[in-house]
Design a protein around this ligand. Structure first.
Ligand SMILES: N[C@@H](CCC(=O)N[C@@H](CS)C(=O)NCC(=O)O)C(=O)O
Length: 237
């Protein structure tokens, strides 16, 4: 059996199944990217809840795995060299799990032909660098502490940038089933939890004029209908 005891995080969150991928997360738009991918791939994993209510992400045990104090993070007991592989950053985790599946001959949720693979990574990076940070700021200024700010210019800046990103996505999805056409990929798994959060939890649909983006709404509906997505959105419970 794999021994993960050299990872301090396992002291706070013991691994009951150390032979499974250890997931440290919460069902937030970044966290569910990892759990949805794990559900889609069927890779065995053990989820651990990192509670923000008790600032678990700032504990020395969590920081030993991710010094950036953000979920999600994983340890794969069976990394590419056979040794345990720790990893943080949701985009890196998605690429990692995809590559692992490809090596195992499983569905990788990323085209393997080089040009299409890089194109998928391009859209994944678009989500990581644009959609996540901008939509997140809309959340801050519309739903959380920033909503009390009298000066609405910061909010409007992020709303406008989010609308611009939604326009880009709308255009990309026109004539395509998913972001990469017929292939449902890690680019969709990264992007649609954020779209869902923007119009759902943040309640910013009207603010960003979501009705102007019917293609985005169509793909969001198809995304949340997937059983692995429905399950991944609830993990860790
Ligand atoms: N770029 C990171 C962002 C992760 C992130 O922002 N996670 C949030 C939850 S969605 C978090 O852990 N926040 C806790 C904190 O900031 O203390 C990723 O994609 O993994």
């Amino acid at each position: 059996m794999t021994d993960l005891s050299s990872f301090p995080i396992t002291k706070k969150w013991p691994a009951r199944h150390p032979d499974r991928i250890q997931l440290y997360s919460l069902p937030t738009p970044n966290g569910v990217k990892a759990s949805i991918m794990l559900e889609e791939t069927g890779l065995p994993y053990e989820p651990h809840r990192v509670s923000f209510e008790t600032d678990d992400q700032l504990s020395p045990e969590f920081l030993s795995l991710n010094p950036n104090n953000k979920i999600p993070a994983i340890i794969d007991p069976d990394g590419p060299s056979g040794r345990p592989m720790p990893l943080f950053e949701s985009g890196a985790i998605l690429i990692y799990l995809s590559d692992k599946c490809a090596r195992m001959g499983r569905e990788a949720f990323m085209p393997q032909e080089p040009e299409r693979r890089y194109e998928t990574i391009q859209w994944l990076m678009w989500q990581m660098g644009g959609v996540g940070p901008m939509f997140g700021q809309v959340g801050f200024f519309h739903k959380f502490a920033g909503r009390e700010f009298e000066d609405k210019r910061p909010r409007d800046r992020y709303v406008n940038e989010s609308k611009r990103l939604l326009r880009v996505l709308e255009q990309r999805l026109t004539g395509r089933r998913w972001m990469m056409g017929d292939d449902y990929t890690i680019a969709d798994i990264a992007t649609f939890p954020w779209v869902r959060n923007l119009v759902g939890f943040y309640g910013a649909g009207e603010l960003v004029g979501f009705d102007d983006f019917p293609e985005v709404a169509r793909v969001l509906a198809a995304f949340v209908e997937r059983p692995a997505v429905a399950k991944g959105l609830t993990i860790p419970g």
